[in-house]
Design a protein around this ligand. Structure first.
Ligand code: ATP
Ligand code: MG
Length: 385
């Protein structure tokens, strides 16, 4: 029996992995191919939980004859080494011939794998060319590995498609479609779990926010995130993107005013004097920059919602409106006159709720003899039109 292994971070597994697994199966007459997501190395920042990577590998295998996903490395704690996996496999299944499938970029690094000479005694290799990799160089390397380590290295006739997990993660972060790059079930999994929206997962974001915000502000932040996520489907907004905008909307709130001003001035040109003078307003554009540069948020919708959450403007998208309103009505807000009305409206119509919140702000400012920011006036005007 011959079984192929396609191992890696598989973050996420994609149509390129599936294509090379199926091609290897066909060309090398493998009985099966195992998708093998690696464990999480303890000292390396892996953005996606290994359980999510395994779940996606299972979705990739579902309904594909001969393909299966293994939790062998995910079960182990910390970094996982191929040599351990292959040793375990060869003890558990003595009659099996193992073929490790690698892309041309991985082929280059093979001899740096821990105890590679031993690995080479436990399996053969199938190398697949990848866009950007020179085929003749791949052949040369395959030949060198064979000669030095006495293992067989086959080069598949077909090239891997131009798909990488890195490109997929970037597309998701930017809010672009990944149709055709991963099976639809995996695209849905990524969307539902909110994977790849920025450089950190939620546990890591919360950890960072705890160090950046007061306890009161942190609690408010969670309230806004929960509210935005819950109301998102009614507003036609992606719930996990709304959640992330909620989590990060106040991320610059505790920054010293001078620092905030310097950060904003260095990055934005469309600021007015009022904005620059008020910490209550300035933390929104500053937050957008921190979300982008510290947390790696790339989605223009999320960045816009953070930017506009304090004063709004005349062009509020559904996501902008959702965060603006959620900030007002989250359950931790101390009660004030009109809050209940805004909460009720938010359940039915986010635009009406936004108008209510902007009017309440206007009233509050008037009662304190303060003027309203012109962009809040533009927001109100846009709703009259
Ligand atoms: P990342 O961009 O995160 O490195 P990746 O797309 O390279 O992701 P990995 O999980 O690193 O995917 O890859 C696992 C194995 O599959 C590696 O040996 C890699 O070379 C190979 N591979 C991945 N995509 C392709 C492809 N499109 N064509 C050929 N080989 C591929
Ligand atoms: Mg890779």
């Amino acid at each position: 029996m011959k079984i192929g292994i396609l191992g890696g971070t598989l973050d996420p597994v994609h149509n390129g992995h599936i294509a090379i697994a199926m091609a290897a199966m066909e060309e090398l007459k493998l009985d099966q191919v195992m998708l093998l997501p690696s464990g999480d190395p303890p000292y390396k920042r892996v953005r996606t939980d290994k359980r999510d990577r395994l779940a996606m590998a299972k979705l990739a295998a579902a309904g594909r004859e001969g393909l299966f996903a293994s939790d062998l490395e995910v079960q182990r704690d910390g970094a996982t080494y191929t040599v351990e996996t292959l040793t375990d496999l060869s003890v558990a299944y003595p009659g099996v011939e193992w073929i490790y499938i690698v892309g041309a970029d991985t082929l280059v690094k093979l001899d740096t794998w821990r105890e590679f000479p031993r690995i080479a005694r436990l399996c053969g290799f199938a190398a697949v060319s990848r866009p950007g990799c020179d085929r003749s160089l791949t052949a040369l390397r395959a030949q060198a590995i064979s000669a030095c380590y006495g293992t067989r290295v086959d080069i598949l006739a077909v090239d891997g498609p131009e798909i990488s997990s890195t490109a997929i993660r970037k597309r998701v972060a930017a809010g672009e479609s990944i149709d055709g790059l991963v099976p639809p079930t995996i695209a849905e999994y990524i969307r539902k779990k909110g994977l790849y929206l920025c450089d950190y997962n939620e546990a890591q974001i919360l950890d960072r926010l705890k160090g950046m915000l007061t306890f009161h502000r942190f609690t408010h932040t969670l309230g806004v995130a929960n509210t935005a996520q819950r109301l998102a489907p009614k507003c036609g907004v992606d719930p996990m993107r709304a959640r992330l905008a909620g989590l990060l909307h106040d991320c610059a709130k505790s920054m010293p005013l001078d620092e905030m001003r310097a950060l904003v001035e260095a990055n934005l040109t469309d600021l007015d004097a009022e904005e620059l003078d008020s910490r209550a307003i300035l933390h929104a554009p500053a937050g957008m920059i921190v979300a982008r540069d510290v947390f790696g948020v790339r989605d223009p919708q999320i960045l816009s919602a953070i930017r506009k959450h304090t004063v709004g403007d005349g062009h509020m998208s559904p996501m902008d409106a959702l965060i603006y309103v959620s900030d007002f009505i989250e359950p931790g807000r101390e009660d004030f006159l009109g809050l209940e009305k805004a909460r009720k409206l938010a359940e039915k119509d986010i635009t009406q709720a936004m108008r209510c919140c902007a009017e309440l702000t206007a009233k509050h400012l008037r009662s304190r003899g303060q003027s309203m920011h012109p962009r809040t006036q533009q927001l109100l005007n846009s709703l009259k039109a």
